[in-house]
Design a protein around this ligand. Sequence first.
Ligand code: G
Ligand code: MN
Length: 445
Amino acid sequence: MSIKHYTDPELLEINTLENAIYMAMQNPSAYIDSETGTSDEQAFLIQMKNVTEQSGKKVFLVVHIRQMHHIEMLLGYENSRRLLAEVGHYLTALCGKFCVFRNAEDTFTILLDEGKEEHIKGQIKKRFEQDFHVSGNSISLNEVMITLHYPRDFCSLAEYRALYGYLLEAAQNSGKQIFFEVDEAVKKDYYRRNKVEQAVDRAITENRFEVYYQPVYSTEKNDFVTLEALSRLHHPELGWIAPDVFIQIAEKNHMIEQITDLQFKRVCMFINEHRDLMKKLFNIKVNLSSLDLMRSDCSSHFIRMMDDMDIHHDWIQFEITETVATEYNAGLGMVIDGFMAAGVRLCLDDFGSGYANLNTVMRLPFSAIKIDRTLLFDICNDKKRAMFYQSIVETFRRMGYSIVSEGVETEEEMSLLSSWGVDMIQGYYFSRPLPVDELLKLLNM
Ligand code: G
Ligand code: MN
């Protein structure tokens, strides 16, 4: 019997456990993950197919090791492989051959008959409370265990995948919680997220995102001098979907470029309908995501859109977040050169919110810097925080940047900031982001 290499799990002919075991006996390395001695992803797919075709209750226990790439940096590649092999051997010894599968670098799944899971979870927890030993190193591992019940929690491979992906993400974001179960709260959140994801998807096809504008006030001119365009999404059932929620979804599904395009077209149309506005405003600020900046044609793409709609290049200022600017690379350099050559200016967004790497940030030719609102926290009472904020303002002023303070909510903050020489103020103190009609009223247009 020859061993075929199947690439598409849907096409698998071998779909019983007996066959899989038979195949494994014919060729001991088939379906075995060579690094850990556990069964591999192919074997997992076969087993998943078996389980969903048979009746009977099963439990899928996912064991995820946190921060594997940090461990790899600490131990080196070879030793981190040995460590994973240790974990694989331990799990196989505990649960039996053909029951432990390796799904990813740092993730194993154990297939159990329902009822056995509490005992196994207890054993694994106990084992992970002790160190693992590799080449003379004692390593303490941080695990997460996710329990998924068949058929209670899922009925097909697709459902399993979606739920598993969701739980793994939740587990990674949560602090120290070891056990994850699909309880009512998780299900509710999961279904809401699915709904939101579908809503975002549909909103793109139907061009249903709106652009709101938050005016920015000049402390010198005592008037609004620029606007930030911000995307908003309203859903008939779900209400307002927060921008950080839909942006995260859109970035994950690679839809953010489409949103940026739709929004940018709207901003250009808005300027065209109200060209007098640009006598009063320096520019309108538009956010670019790191994915937008990764397109090699990014600058020419947006410049072409501006030219097609007769928008002067200095009417738009693109905002780039600090995290993107910090990940400076040659591709980003070319995009930025393209903008510079065309006279399109850039603004550094959210300074102070991420991992400030001033060196890299200084390499990019920004005209303006927005200081993140988290740095404003308590500046009216806390002398050290105030000194820190003031020194940032002074430094950037001396470097010739114009400075925008973000998230200003009170008069106290506002007067402190203008006494320090901040050029522009953005925040609820002056105005929330507004729909076009309200914005025009506020600007007396
Ligand atoms: O990351 P960026 O600076 O582009 O995000 C701007 C976001 O900050 C907008 O969604 C806007 O609604 C919000 N925002 C603007 N002004 C304020 C403010 O004064 N307080 C708070 N909490 N949020 C604000
Ligand atoms: Mn911004």
